[in-house]
Design a protein around this ligand. Sequence first.
Ligand SMILES: [Zn+2]
Length: 247
Amino acid sequence: MSRGTHRLYLDSFEDTYATTFAADVLAVDGVDVVLDRTLFYPTGGGQPCDLGVLEGPTGTLDVSDVRGRDAVHHRLPEDHTLSVGDQVTGTIDWDRRHAHMRMHTAQHLLSGLAYAMFDGARTVGNQIGAGRSRLDLRPVVMDETDVNRLRAAFDAAVADDLSLSMGIKDRESLIAEVGEERSNVDMIPASVQQMRIIRIGEQVDVCPCAGTHVRSLGEIGPLGEVHVKSKGKGTKRFAYTLDGNPL
Ligand SMILES: [Zn+2]
């Protein structure tokens, strides 16, 4: 299981929106199969994995779990008969993935706005779900008026349909542009010098990320329900839904 998987969804927005792909089986370990390339997002960064199917020489197989980064493991039914070298066609469950993309991009937007609006409030945790997501902010003081200001700023950015862009940037130039804290680059090991940067608009949010994002904010739609509660001194948990989310 030493050979790696090319994670196709990282390459461009076109690839992030692709739903089918062809791949070769690199390794088989019981119910887990490693492919040479994949569109399946593996669980990580607070985002659940993609689900879907692989069609191989013996039929269609459900993918029930996806894990790993360098080698991406696709979990198949116990009676699968795939072996190394087989060619497969993968298809991801697009409704689930798109809901995660919208929720995850909403989290970037909320994190960027909160940092700017609440004196450098940092995002110290997040969990994405298709129906409901949350992020933890620290240090932050937020009353109801602040929550409404954040909601208004979020909905305004979505109404403006700001574009997202992706690119490779080195650590020093990222720090020079937005600083270590705002980009959360201080959370990434110093050995990592080149990273994939996701940017909303000019500078609404700029941070390294290997997740999946929508092309422009109009796709997200307005915030739905919001619940804010304290998670210890100076920390707030901001839970949200998105209006019009299909799941
Ligand atoms: Zn991201």
